[in-house]
Design a protein around this ligand. Structure first.
Ligand SMILES: [Fe+2]
Length: 401
Protein backbone atom coordinates (compact mmCIF):
# COMPACT_ATOMS: atom_id res chain seq x y z
CA UNK A 1 0.00 0.00 0.00
CA UNK A 2 0.97 3.59 -0.55
CA UNK A 3 0.87 6.40 1.92
CA UNK A 4 -2.04 6.72 4.31
CA UNK A 5 -2.26 10.21 5.80
CA UNK A 6 -4.03 11.29 7.90
CA UNK A 7 -2.74 8.83 10.39
CA UNK A 8 -3.80 6.37 13.06
CA UNK A 9 -6.48 7.47 15.51
CA UNK A 10 -8.29 5.82 18.46
CA UNK A 11 -11.22 6.69 20.68
CA UNK A 12 -12.86 5.06 23.68
CA UNK A 13 -11.94 1.85 25.43
CA UNK A 14 -9.99 -0.87 23.62
CA UNK A 15 -8.57 -4.21 24.70
CA UNK A 16 -4.78 -4.44 24.50
CA UNK A 17 -4.98 -6.85 21.55
CA UNK A 18 -7.39 -7.10 18.65
CA UNK A 19 -9.74 -10.06 18.35
CA UNK A 20 -9.58 -11.10 21.99
CA UNK A 21 -12.42 -11.38 24.50
CA UNK A 22 -13.51 -7.85 25.46
CA UNK A 23 -16.55 -7.72 27.75
CA UNK A 24 -19.03 -5.20 29.03
CA UNK A 25 -20.06 -4.85 32.70
CA UNK A 26 -22.65 -7.63 32.22
CA UNK A 27 -19.96 -10.06 31.09
CA UNK A 28 -21.20 -10.13 27.49
CA UNK A 29 -18.69 -9.90 24.65
CA UNK A 30 -18.52 -6.60 22.80
CA UNK A 31 -18.95 -7.62 19.14
CA UNK A 32 -16.18 -6.43 16.83
CA UNK A 33 -16.66 -4.95 13.36
CA UNK A 34 -13.81 -4.47 10.93
CA UNK A 35 -14.57 -1.80 8.32
CA UNK A 36 -12.05 -1.78 5.51
CA UNK A 37 -11.62 -0.33 2.04
CA UNK A 38 -10.08 -1.95 -1.03
CA UNK A 39 -10.51 -5.52 0.19
CA UNK A 40 -8.10 -6.10 3.05
CA UNK A 41 -5.50 -3.90 1.34
CA UNK A 42 -6.71 -0.38 2.13
CA UNK A 43 -7.48 1.91 5.00
CA UNK A 44 -9.44 0.22 7.81
CA UNK A 45 -10.65 0.52 11.38
CA UNK A 46 -11.76 -1.94 14.04
CA UNK A 47 -14.89 -1.05 16.02
CA UNK A 48 -16.11 -2.59 19.28
CA UNK A 49 -19.91 -2.38 19.55
CA UNK A 50 -22.37 -2.98 22.37
CA UNK A 51 -24.73 -4.64 19.86
CA UNK A 52 -23.72 -6.67 16.81
CA UNK A 53 -24.17 -4.43 13.73
CA UNK A 54 -25.87 -7.40 12.04
CA UNK A 55 -28.94 -7.30 14.34
CA UNK A 56 -31.55 -6.37 11.72
CA UNK A 57 -35.25 -6.57 12.62
CA UNK A 58 -36.69 -5.49 9.27
CA UNK A 59 -35.63 -4.51 5.75
CA UNK A 60 -37.95 -2.28 3.73
CA UNK A 61 -37.71 -1.33 0.08
CA UNK A 62 -37.38 2.36 -0.67
CA UNK A 63 -36.39 4.61 -3.52
CA UNK A 64 -32.90 6.01 -3.17
CA UNK A 65 -32.61 9.40 -1.50
CA UNK A 66 -31.42 11.53 -3.17
CA UNK A 67 -32.89 10.16 -6.40
CA UNK A 68 -30.29 8.78 -8.81
CA UNK A 69 -29.08 11.28 -11.41
CA UNK A 70 -31.14 11.41 -14.58
CA UNK A 71 -29.58 12.78 -17.77
CA UNK A 72 -30.31 16.28 -19.05
CA UNK A 73 -32.66 16.54 -22.01
CA UNK A 74 -30.30 18.86 -23.89
CA UNK A 75 -26.90 17.34 -24.42
CA UNK A 76 -24.96 19.90 -26.47
CA UNK A 77 -21.24 19.75 -25.82
CA UNK A 78 -20.52 23.23 -24.45
CA UNK A 79 -19.36 25.18 -21.46
CA UNK A 80 -21.90 25.68 -18.71
CA UNK A 81 -22.40 28.13 -15.88
CA UNK A 82 -24.77 26.70 -13.29
CA UNK A 83 -26.22 29.29 -10.92
CA UNK A 84 -27.09 26.87 -8.15
CA UNK A 85 -28.02 29.52 -5.58
CA UNK A 86 -31.59 29.52 -6.95
CA UNK A 87 -32.24 26.72 -4.56
CA UNK A 88 -33.08 27.37 -0.91
CA UNK A 89 -33.21 24.86 1.93
CA UNK A 90 -36.38 22.92 2.55
CA UNK A 91 -37.03 23.66 6.25
CA UNK A 92 -38.24 20.11 6.85
CA UNK A 93 -35.47 18.48 4.84
CA UNK A 94 -32.19 16.92 5.80
CA UNK A 95 -28.84 16.61 4.07
CA UNK A 96 -29.84 13.87 1.65
CA UNK A 97 -33.30 15.17 0.77
CA UNK A 98 -31.70 18.59 0.19
CA UNK A 99 -29.35 17.28 -2.47
CA UNK A 100 -29.47 18.02 -6.19
CA UNK A 101 -27.12 16.10 -8.45
CA UNK A 102 -25.58 18.30 -11.16
CA UNK A 103 -22.90 16.24 -12.92
CA UNK A 104 -21.94 12.59 -12.94
CA UNK A 105 -19.98 9.76 -14.54
CA UNK A 106 -19.11 6.20 -13.53
CA UNK A 107 -16.47 7.41 -11.04
CA UNK A 108 -18.22 10.23 -9.24
CA UNK A 109 -21.30 12.36 -8.71
CA UNK A 110 -21.23 16.09 -8.01
CA UNK A 111 -24.13 17.97 -6.45
CA UNK A 112 -25.18 20.60 -3.96
CA UNK A 113 -27.14 20.12 -0.76
CA UNK A 114 -29.20 22.75 1.06
CA UNK A 115 -30.66 21.81 4.41
CA UNK A 116 -31.79 23.47 7.59
CA UNK A 117 -32.51 22.70 11.19
CA UNK A 118 -33.15 19.39 12.95
CA UNK A 119 -31.20 16.16 13.10
CA UNK A 120 -31.00 14.39 9.80
CA UNK A 121 -32.00 10.75 9.42
CA UNK A 122 -29.40 8.03 9.95
CA UNK A 123 -27.82 7.08 6.64
CA UNK A 124 -25.09 4.83 5.32
CA UNK A 125 -23.65 5.18 1.84
CA UNK A 126 -22.32 1.72 1.13
CA UNK A 127 -21.31 2.58 -2.42
CA UNK A 128 -19.22 5.71 -2.20
CA UNK A 129 -16.93 7.87 -0.12
CA UNK A 130 -18.52 11.28 0.35
CA UNK A 131 -16.53 14.51 0.39
CA UNK A 132 -18.56 17.53 1.52
CA UNK A 133 -17.30 21.05 1.09
CA UNK A 134 -19.22 23.16 3.61
CA UNK A 135 -19.93 26.44 1.82
CA UNK A 136 -22.26 27.82 4.50
CA UNK A 137 -23.51 26.81 7.92
CA UNK A 138 -22.02 24.23 10.23
CA UNK A 139 -22.97 21.72 12.85
CA UNK A 140 -21.91 18.28 13.93
CA UNK A 141 -21.46 15.08 12.02
CA UNK A 142 -22.49 12.21 14.27
CA UNK A 143 -21.32 8.73 13.33
CA UNK A 144 -20.27 5.37 14.71
CA UNK A 145 -16.80 6.95 14.97
CA UNK A 146 -18.06 9.74 17.28
CA UNK A 147 -18.78 13.44 16.91
CA UNK A 148 -17.00 15.69 14.45
CA UNK A 149 -17.85 19.40 14.58
CA UNK A 150 -17.78 21.16 11.21
CA UNK A 151 -18.07 24.75 10.01
CA UNK A 152 -18.05 26.82 6.83
CA UNK A 153 -14.89 26.24 4.81
CA UNK A 154 -14.43 22.63 5.92
CA UNK A 155 -13.95 19.69 3.68
CA UNK A 156 -15.57 16.79 5.56
CA UNK A 157 -14.74 13.28 4.41
CA UNK A 158 -17.25 10.55 5.23
CA UNK A 159 -15.79 7.15 4.32
CA UNK A 160 -17.94 4.64 2.46
CA UNK A 161 -20.01 2.51 4.84
CA UNK A 162 -20.04 5.02 7.72
CA UNK A 163 -23.41 5.11 9.51
CA UNK A 164 -23.91 8.80 10.21
CA UNK A 165 -26.19 11.80 10.33
CA UNK A 166 -25.70 15.52 9.74
CA UNK A 167 -26.97 17.71 12.57
CA UNK A 168 -26.96 21.35 11.42
CA UNK A 169 -26.18 23.92 14.07
CA UNK A 170 -29.11 26.24 13.38
CA UNK A 171 -27.92 28.11 10.29
CA UNK A 172 -28.91 26.81 6.86
CA UNK A 173 -26.20 24.54 5.46
CA UNK A 174 -24.99 24.67 1.87
CA UNK A 175 -22.63 21.82 0.91
CA UNK A 176 -20.93 20.97 -2.33
CA UNK A 177 -21.11 17.15 -2.30
CA UNK A 178 -18.88 14.69 -4.15
CA UNK A 179 -19.56 10.98 -4.08
CA UNK A 180 -16.83 8.73 -5.43
CA UNK A 181 -16.82 5.00 -5.95
CA UNK A 182 -13.13 4.76 -5.02
CA UNK A 183 -11.59 6.24 -1.87
CA UNK A 184 -10.46 9.85 -1.52
CA UNK A 185 -6.74 10.10 -0.72
CA UNK A 186 -4.35 12.88 0.12
CA UNK A 187 -1.98 13.00 -2.87
CA UNK A 188 0.86 10.51 -2.60
CA UNK A 189 3.45 13.10 -3.58
CA UNK A 190 2.68 15.04 -0.36
CA UNK A 191 3.59 12.01 1.79
CA UNK A 192 6.69 10.04 2.67
CA UNK A 193 6.76 6.24 2.68
CA UNK A 194 5.39 6.23 6.22
CA UNK A 195 2.35 8.27 5.23
CA UNK A 196 3.64 11.40 6.97
CA UNK A 197 2.93 14.72 5.28
CA UNK A 198 6.08 16.26 3.84
CA UNK A 199 7.42 19.77 4.30
CA UNK A 200 6.43 20.80 0.74
CA UNK A 201 2.79 19.72 1.21
CA UNK A 202 0.19 22.50 1.42
CA UNK A 203 -1.15 21.15 4.76
CA UNK A 204 0.03 19.04 7.68
CA UNK A 205 -1.36 16.55 10.19
CA UNK A 206 -2.36 19.16 12.75
CA UNK A 207 -4.69 20.75 10.15
CA UNK A 208 -6.87 17.64 10.11
CA UNK A 209 -9.62 17.30 12.70
CA UNK A 210 -10.84 13.88 13.81
CA UNK A 211 -13.85 12.68 15.82
CA UNK A 212 -13.20 13.68 19.41
CA UNK A 213 -15.97 12.07 21.44
CA UNK A 214 -17.89 8.80 21.12
CA UNK A 215 -21.66 8.81 21.46
CA UNK A 216 -21.49 5.27 22.87
CA UNK A 217 -25.30 4.92 23.22
CA UNK A 218 -26.86 1.94 24.94
CA UNK A 219 -30.29 2.22 23.33
CA UNK A 220 -32.24 -1.01 22.68
CA UNK A 221 -35.04 0.75 20.74
CA UNK A 222 -35.65 -0.04 17.07
CA UNK A 223 -33.76 2.44 14.88
CA UNK A 224 -34.00 3.02 11.12
CA UNK A 225 -30.95 3.45 8.91
CA UNK A 226 -31.29 4.35 5.23
CA UNK A 227 -28.67 2.28 3.40
CA UNK A 228 -27.74 3.10 -0.18
CA UNK A 229 -25.40 1.60 -2.79
CA UNK A 230 -25.49 3.41 -6.13
CA UNK A 231 -29.12 3.28 -7.32
CA UNK A 232 -30.38 0.73 -4.77
CA UNK A 233 -31.59 1.59 -1.30
CA UNK A 234 -33.39 0.06 1.68
CA UNK A 235 -34.44 1.11 5.15
CA UNK A 236 -32.86 -1.19 7.73
CA UNK A 237 -34.54 -1.31 11.12
CA UNK A 238 -31.95 -2.39 13.67
CA UNK A 239 -33.02 -3.60 17.11
CA UNK A 240 -30.73 -1.00 18.69
CA UNK A 241 -29.20 2.40 18.00
CA UNK A 242 -26.08 1.97 15.84
CA UNK A 243 -24.08 4.70 17.64
CA UNK A 244 -23.19 2.11 20.26
CA UNK A 245 -19.42 1.92 19.72
CA UNK A 246 -17.41 1.79 22.97
CA UNK A 247 -14.02 2.01 21.27
CA UNK A 248 -12.36 1.93 17.87
CA UNK A 249 -8.98 2.41 16.28
CA UNK A 250 -7.51 2.55 12.81
CA UNK A 251 -6.94 4.74 9.80
CA UNK A 252 -10.49 4.87 8.41
CA UNK A 253 -12.73 7.53 9.97
CA UNK A 254 -14.45 10.80 9.04
CA UNK A 255 -12.23 13.85 9.25
CA UNK A 256 -12.42 17.57 8.53
CA UNK A 257 -9.91 19.88 6.91
CA UNK A 258 -10.58 23.59 6.51
CA UNK A 259 -9.87 25.16 3.13
CA UNK A 260 -8.64 28.18 5.15
CA UNK A 261 -5.79 25.97 6.41
CA UNK A 262 -4.61 25.18 2.86
CA UNK A 263 -1.27 26.97 2.36
CA UNK A 264 -1.14 28.24 -1.22
CA UNK A 265 2.08 27.98 -3.22
CA UNK A 266 3.04 30.93 -5.42
CA UNK A 267 6.14 31.91 -7.39
CA UNK A 268 7.62 34.25 -9.97
CA UNK A 269 5.58 32.67 -12.79
CA UNK A 270 1.99 31.46 -13.01
CA UNK A 271 1.63 28.28 -10.99
CA UNK A 272 -0.29 25.48 -12.68
CA UNK A 273 -3.39 23.90 -11.08
CA UNK A 274 -1.54 20.90 -9.54
CA UNK A 275 -0.10 23.22 -6.84
CA UNK A 276 -3.68 23.62 -5.62
CA UNK A 277 -4.34 19.89 -5.39
CA UNK A 278 -6.03 18.84 -2.15
CA UNK A 279 -7.36 15.31 -2.74
CA UNK A 280 -6.90 12.58 -5.30
CA UNK A 281 -9.27 9.75 -6.15
CA UNK A 282 -9.92 7.24 -8.90
CA UNK A 283 -10.85 9.29 -11.95
CA UNK A 284 -10.55 12.81 -10.52
CA UNK A 285 -8.64 15.34 -8.44
CA UNK A 286 -9.94 18.04 -6.09
CA UNK A 287 -8.11 21.38 -5.87
CA UNK A 288 -8.51 24.42 -3.59
CA UNK A 289 -8.05 27.93 -4.99
CA UNK A 290 -7.38 30.10 -1.97
CA UNK A 291 -6.59 33.77 -1.33
CA UNK A 292 -2.91 34.15 -2.10
CA UNK A 293 -0.02 36.30 -3.27
CA UNK A 294 0.09 36.29 -7.07
CA UNK A 295 3.10 35.59 -9.25
CA UNK A 296 5.58 38.43 -8.90
CA UNK A 297 8.09 38.01 -11.75
CA UNK A 298 8.75 40.97 -14.08
CA UNK A 299 5.91 41.58 -16.57
CA UNK A 300 4.17 38.39 -15.52
CA UNK A 301 0.58 37.84 -16.62
CA UNK A 302 -0.97 36.61 -13.39
CA UNK A 303 -4.20 35.53 -15.09
CA UNK A 304 -4.18 32.00 -16.43
CA UNK A 305 -3.48 31.32 -20.10
CA UNK A 306 -6.20 29.79 -22.26
CA UNK A 307 -6.07 26.08 -21.81
CA UNK A 308 -7.41 23.01 -23.50
CA UNK A 309 -7.76 20.34 -20.85
CA UNK A 310 -7.44 17.43 -23.27
CA UNK A 311 -8.15 14.68 -20.76
CA UNK A 312 -10.31 16.16 -18.06
CA UNK A 313 -13.64 17.86 -17.53
CA UNK A 314 -13.14 20.83 -15.23
CA UNK A 315 -15.70 21.84 -12.62
CA UNK A 316 -15.16 24.97 -10.54
CA UNK A 317 -17.39 25.90 -7.62
CA UNK A 318 -17.17 29.54 -6.49
CA UNK A 319 -17.12 30.06 -2.75
CA UNK A 320 -16.21 33.74 -2.25
CA UNK A 321 -13.82 36.42 -3.43
CA UNK A 322 -13.33 39.11 -6.02
CA UNK A 323 -15.61 37.55 -8.63
CA UNK A 324 -18.33 38.44 -6.14
CA UNK A 325 -18.61 41.93 -7.59
CA UNK A 326 -18.53 40.80 -11.22
CA UNK A 327 -21.55 40.20 -13.28
CA UNK A 328 -21.37 36.61 -14.37
CA UNK A 329 -20.26 34.55 -11.42
CA UNK A 330 -21.61 34.65 -7.87
CA UNK A 331 -20.88 32.44 -4.86
CA UNK A 332 -22.57 29.09 -5.27
CA UNK A 333 -22.18 29.22 -9.05
CA UNK A 334 -20.40 26.38 -10.74
CA UNK A 335 -18.67 26.35 -14.12
CA UNK A 336 -18.36 23.17 -16.13
CA UNK A 337 -15.72 23.14 -18.87
CA UNK A 338 -15.83 19.83 -20.73
CA UNK A 339 -12.76 18.69 -22.58
CA UNK A 340 -12.73 19.22 -26.32
CA UNK A 341 -13.38 22.96 -25.90
CA UNK A 342 -10.67 25.39 -24.71
CA UNK A 343 -11.40 27.99 -22.05
CA UNK A 344 -9.52 30.81 -20.40
CA UNK A 345 -9.68 34.27 -18.91
CA UNK A 346 -12.46 36.61 -19.97
CA UNK A 347 -11.69 39.44 -22.41
CA UNK A 348 -9.30 42.04 -21.01
CA UNK A 349 -8.49 40.07 -17.90
CA UNK A 350 -4.95 39.05 -18.99
CA UNK A 351 -3.96 42.69 -19.61
CA UNK A 352 -5.45 43.88 -16.34
CA UNK A 353 -3.81 41.09 -14.39
CA UNK A 354 -0.24 42.32 -15.02
CA UNK A 355 1.10 43.77 -11.79
CA UNK A 356 -1.73 42.41 -9.67
CA UNK A 357 -0.24 41.25 -6.42
CA UNK A 358 -3.02 39.37 -4.68
CA UNK A 359 -6.26 37.49 -5.21
CA UNK A 360 -8.94 36.86 -2.63
CA UNK A 361 -10.83 34.26 -4.63
CA UNK A 362 -11.91 31.06 -2.91
CA UNK A 363 -13.04 28.17 -5.08
CA UNK A 364 -13.09 24.38 -5.19
CA UNK A 365 -12.15 22.62 -8.42
CA UNK A 366 -12.87 19.06 -9.49
CA UNK A 367 -11.09 17.73 -12.57
CA UNK A 368 -12.74 14.50 -13.75
CA UNK A 369 -10.76 12.34 -16.13
CA UNK A 370 -13.79 10.70 -17.74
CA UNK A 371 -16.50 12.87 -19.34
CA UNK A 372 -19.17 14.15 -16.98
CA UNK A 373 -22.84 14.17 -17.94
CA UNK A 374 -25.24 16.92 -16.91
CA UNK A 375 -28.31 15.96 -14.93
CA UNK A 376 -31.87 17.07 -15.62
CA UNK A 377 -31.77 18.96 -12.28
CA UNK A 378 -28.80 21.02 -13.48
CA UNK A 379 -30.73 22.45 -16.45
CA UNK A 380 -32.75 24.77 -14.23
CA UNK A 381 -29.49 26.48 -13.14
CA UNK A 382 -27.90 26.75 -16.59
CA UNK A 383 -26.98 30.18 -18.03
CA UNK A 384 -27.23 29.76 -21.84
CA UNK A 385 -25.15 32.90 -22.53
CA UNK A 386 -22.01 31.52 -20.86
CA UNK A 387 -20.36 29.82 -23.89
CA UNK A 388 -20.21 33.20 -25.65
CA UNK A 389 -18.81 35.09 -22.65
CA UNK A 390 -15.27 35.14 -24.13
CA UNK A 391 -16.21 37.44 -27.04
CA UNK A 392 -14.74 40.95 -26.89
CA UNK A 393 -17.23 43.15 -25.08
CA UNK A 394 -18.86 40.31 -23.17
CA UNK A 395 -19.25 40.89 -19.45
CA UNK A 396 -16.00 39.83 -17.80
CA UNK A 397 -15.61 37.12 -15.27
CA UNK A 398 -12.26 37.53 -13.63
CA UNK A 399 -10.98 34.12 -12.76
CA UNK A 400 -7.40 33.18 -12.13
CA UNK A 401 -7.66 29.43 -12.61
FE1 LIG B 1 -9.41 25.93 -16.25
Amino acid sequence: MGPMAPSYHRLGRLPSKRHVAFRGPDGELYPEELVGSEGFGGRYSLLHHRYAPTRVAEVRETDPVPPSPSPARHGALRHHLLRTRHQGPDPAGDEISGRRWLLYNDDLRIGVSDFGAGSGRLVRNGGADELHFVHAGGGRLESVFGVLDYRAGDYVLVPKGTTHRWVPGGEPNRHLVLEARGPFHLPGRYQNQEGQLLEHAPYWERDFRRPQELLSLDDPNPTDVLVRVDDRAAVYTLDHHPFDVVGWDGHLYPYAFSIHDFEPISGRQHQPPPVHQTFELDGAVVCSFCPRRLDDGPDVVTAPYNHANLDSDEVLYYVSGSFFSRRGVEPGALTFHPHGVPHGPAPGVAERSIGRTHTDELAVMVDAFRPLAMTSDSEAFDDPAYPMSWLPGAAATELTT
